[in-house]
Design a protein around this ligand. Structure first.
Ligand code: ARG
Length: 286
């Protein structure tokens, strides 16, 4: 598996330059290739780090198939640091975690990016095998899907302009609140007394709208909130948050076997530090 990923990576790298074919015969023949391969394979200490870095490549370069087949992950890649684009590639904590899970299952990972509120329908219709999208475990969702053991905690945060009169969740009453459609932020906002809800396809669109003065606040998960606020001037995150939530991988109701396999893989990835290494790569402690 490891070896194959390396050769796939090399092949991806080489394809750009040489337009070389990606067969299993793409062995390390040039000196450049050999040193790259050596770096990869000998670096066992940084194994988890490697696994993390290889994710996206594994997801993209599925020209070589594992005997175990392909694990299709649905996500909405508008949610840094959990999933977002780096060039043409979906990267982030969920992408790397799912790749590590797929590797444990002997499968290749393929990522399907779609609207957040299409994810559960995609799971139910069998278009995707799992959803890894910073998705919060909720009672409502549990009615249609199963969730794995939780792998992260999210906090619903409130973003406002720096000079806003809104200083707490209570002040949101009667205000116009932006959310990403179909998220728990959407649910919480919908409960706010007298509030008008503006629903956006992407969290970043809500944040941009906020910075243009079109809405009064945005309710969104804290990690993407941190990223968005760092990218858009004049905004801040309130100290008082809405709710603490658990993120988990969603699996179709009738797929208990996959759920068990994922939970086993997740437990191993927690135990051996891989999951923490992936998180640390994307979230630097403040
Ligand atoms: N945690 C929130 C929820 O489950 C937001 C998740 C949004 N994720 C995304 N990939 N856009 O509703």
């Amino acid at each position: 598996m490891k070896k194959k990923v390396v050769s796939v990576m090399l092949c991806v790298a080489m394809t750009a330059a040489l337009m070389a074919g990606c067969g299993s015969s793409s062995t390390e023949t040039t000196s450049e290739d050999t040193s790259a391969a050596t770096e990869e394979t000998e670096d066992t200490a940084a194994e988890t780090e490697d696994a993390a870095e290889e994710t996206a490549d594994t997801a993209e370069a599925d020209t070589e198939e594992s005997a175990g087949g392909t694990l299709v992950m649905g996500t909405n890649a508008e949610f840094p640091p959990y999933e977002y684009y780096e060039g043409q590639e979906v990267v982030g904590i969920d992408a790397e975690m799912a790749a590590a899970v797929a590797e444990k299952l002997g499968m290749d990972l393929k990522i399907e990016d779609m609207a957040f509120d299409s994810l559960i329908p995609a799971l139910s219709s069998g278009k995707v095998d799992i959803v890894a999208a910073g998705m919060t475990v909720t009672e409502d969702r549990l009615a249609s899907v199963n969730f794995s053991d939780t792998y992260a905690t999210g906090i619903q945060a409130i973003i406002v302009p720096e000079d806003s009169e809104i200083t707490s969740a209570d002040d949101l009453a009667g205000k116009t609140i932006g959310v990403q459609q179909g998220t728990t932020g959407d649910l919480y906002a919908s409960d706010v007394e007298g509030a008008t809800i503006e629903r956006y396809a992407k969290g970043m669109e809500a944040v941009q709208s906020l910075s243009q003065g079109k809405i009064d606040a945005v309710i969104i998960d804290n990690e993407p909130a941190n990223v968005f606020v760092s990218e858009v001037a004049g905004l801040k995150i309130l100290d008082e948050a809405f709710a603490t939530e658990d993120y988990a991988i969603a699996v179709a109701k009738d797929n208990e076997e996959l759920l068990d396999q994922i939970n086993t893989a997740l437990a191993e990835l927690k135990e051996d530090g891989t999951l923490q290494a992936i998180v640390d790569k994307y979230i630097t402690a403040e």
